[in-house]
Ligand binder design. Sequence first.
Ligand code: EPZ
Length: 422
Amino acid sequence: MDKFIIKGGRKLKGSVEISGSKNAALPILMATLLTDEDCVINRVPNLRDIRTTIKILEELGKKVSYDNGTLIVKAKRKLKTSVSYDLVKQMRASFWVAGPLLARFKKTQVPLPGGCAIGLRPVDIHLKGFEKLGAKISMDKGNIIIKTRKLNPAKIILSFPSVGATQNLMMCASLIPGKTIIENAAREPEVQDLINALNSMGASIIIDNRGRIVIEGKEKLGAMNHTIVADRIETGTYLLAAAATGSSITIKECVPSHNEILIEYLCEAGFKIETTETEIKISKKAKKIKPVNIKTAPFPGFATDLQAPWMTLMCLANGKSDVSEDIFENRFMHAAELIRMGANISLERNCAHIIGVKNFTPAIVMSSDLRGGAALVIAALCAKGTSEVQRVYHIDRGYERIEEKLTALGAKIKRVNPAPFE
Ligand code: EPZ
């Protein structure tokens, strides 16, 4: 089982370059199913979830080449309309193939994605949207079957601004001639990046700042040429690593406006933040970290994906703070592991009550999900001594070359028993 050995208690220094966004790249790779023309996508991060998505595209019939961040998807044979359980069970986002396949072939069969460590993760909002577009939904042996004779443009009102449902339905509607409207849509930067990629294929999609998306569906979509937006969650994770270790670093190739609320809360917590168009510089201003309460929310609210790394910072604050997880029902697995490193956290339903301590103590801990793993790495960077973070394959799902980037920032981190680079 691969793990990181981290010698903590050292400050970070220098700068780190942000990779392309995992959560933008995944739906954009699925969008290549909407056309038989060549798709060229730049700044695709080399992550486990990307490699899983490449396998899905190849299983469906695409020819994919991926070299040095550039991914080229070409037509190879008539696309299949169903995906195997083996791949879907590895990555919930596999369900995003449904929208494109339904739009092109009026039918698709996708295994119902299982839950994961952070919750049940249902897809009811996706399915209600497909029904609005004219599809019939049925279940058979754990598979969702979505089919119809004809899809029609429609007005869809999402019960919750689900990122995945917004992206899945937008991809489907982009190939349904006529005007489809999605109200109460997600406004995450990854949704905007998918819109940009679809519009590069000839789609005509606009989104306003209230989460209303208008799609003028087309008969056909053409070649895609797109560069993935910077990963705002990776950006936030390195900002929080610097804050927790009391370091001054510069984050490069990022989009500061995608991290506004985090920057706001870091300033409140006593850090100095300077930004340019593509960089963020963080340094410690106040002597002690001030406690700040947060609630996760859809964009532009506080990102649920930064809740765990934020919790690590609040464990070192000078006083009490609350972290309320209002997006997922079970996203506090990292709390128990942080407590094993000396944190003082009590959980009450979806709220973590934290009393700051002087520092973490080194320990052997285990990641249970992607962002929780990152939170444990940050805690290990703070703890004076040697810690071990196990099951780092979770972290490899979303952080490109994390140990290289941290080593370049002066951290002492080593990967042991690396899992096969599948
Ligand atoms: C995307 O997941 C991201 N994943 C998640 O990042 C991120 O945490 C999440 O958006 C919220 O920002 C990708 O983009 C691949 P949702 P998604 O649909 O689309 C409920 C990471 O760490 N819901 O916005 O699955 C759902 O259970 C990952 O990078 C329904 O009830 O998130 C959750 O409670 C983790 N029914 C809430 O909505 C549905 O049909 C938000 O889910 C869909 C969602």
